[in-house]
Write a protein that binds this ligand. Sequence first.
Ligand code: ADP
Length: 494
Amino acid sequence: MSLSRSFDANYFLKNSPSPLSIVDLNLIYLDVSDTWSDFYGFNVEEVIGKKIFDVFPNIDKTWEKVYKECLQGEKIIKDDSMVINDKIHLIQRKIMPWRDSQDNIGGLVIIVDDMTDKMNLEQKLRQSDEKFKTSFYHSAVGMALLSNDGNWLQVNAQLCKLLGYTEEELLKKTFHEITHPDDLAYCMEKGMEHYLNRTDHYDMEKRYVHKNGNTLWVYIAITMIKDDKGCPLHFLLQVIDRTESKHTEKVMKDLNEQLIRRADELALSNKCLEEYAFVASHDLQEPLRMISNFLQLLKRKYESLFDDTAKQYVEYSIDGAMRMQEMINGLLEYSTVGTNEKVMEKADMNEIMKNAVELNKFIIDKRNATVTYGSLPVVQGVPSILLQLLLNLISNGLKYQKDGSNPKLMLTCTELAGAWQFCFSDNGIGMDPRNSEIIFTLFKRLHLKKDYSGSGIGLAICKRIVEFHKGTIWVESEPEIGSKFYFTIAKSIA
Ligand code: ADP
């Protein structure tokens, strides 16, 4: 029997969303939908009246059996692949018999579903799901999927290792159970805030409790996974153990606090020492002056009664008392550097050097010395003690010379990033470089008093003055050639 296109059938065929064909008992096409024509690329007229296997000569012969079974009343759904327009298509055929008005099977209805895109998509989804699972389970970072109500949905091996649980044990726990009790309220508050704001991503530092009861510090990055309407589905957590660095941080903090405490203590003890040195040197002056005066008196009045030894003893005592006087004066000066509320101001080093040379004019002329200095900067400092610094260096430069030599002294300056670096050089006797540090210590001298006078205080004072200006002082020297004293002065003194 032939199936004529009634209005409904025509409408149905035209609008069938899937390629559809109708064949009779001999598998001869009675009609096909427009989507069928489009899909296979045949005109309706081309195929009507032709057998399926003539239109598709390459179709697998197993289909003959399928069609036969359907003509006996079966409904079969079966996948196939076909080359259509040089492209492989994965298709699914749904085949069912159609019946005439007497309810006899008149042929078959074949509906084709093109699965190619769907299968590709499914394959892609499967691949990306695989990729996610692989990176999730094998990540070196602890990872978990957490439901909206705080239940673990999935956890990876690293997170289990971190918390000391097996996967099975951890999945039975809630987020609340492993969070440190002191952090729970904060976590809930933060979580709720981001939940309500639908924040895509946030992070935090918090504590977990390990299975063995130990506290773990962790850094957690939380990503909200949403459905296509933007509603939160669950959370992806990435967890990094920070216990070690937290510990180091704490050790560093403690050390720092200790250091600050020590510095305060040191500053206090320095201050006490300064006060002590000041008081001691100040108070010692008076009795010493008395000793010195009485020794002089003794010498003047009774010298004629002394034998040579007694005279020598008195000489030694007077000399000792004078030296002590000198040392006490030096100590007093040393202890007052950087005290007495010295005010930092703009200090023109050219001016200060000019004054220092002026004050040494007598000895400079006497020794036929030359003192040169380049263009020096204006620094932030205390002019009176900077003058003292230059006076000490000049006086040493003139003093530590070979007999009869003409001292050549020079002061230059170079600019560094945060400081001015000065260099004071002389052509004197120089020194063994091994002594280059000791000379800045109080009362340390390299020469005998009979060769070169002095009390070993000048450079210690220089060091204090430089340090007061947040700088350093050092010497580079060669015996017989001369010395270069370097010192820096910080540009900004906080
Ligand atoms: P003083 O000159 O009173 O001994 P200082 O503290 O000024 O004390 O110097 C300490 C020691 O450093 C000196 O005794 C001397 O041995 C050495 N010294 C200082 N300046 C020079 C210099 N320009 N050349 C060689 N030696 C020096």
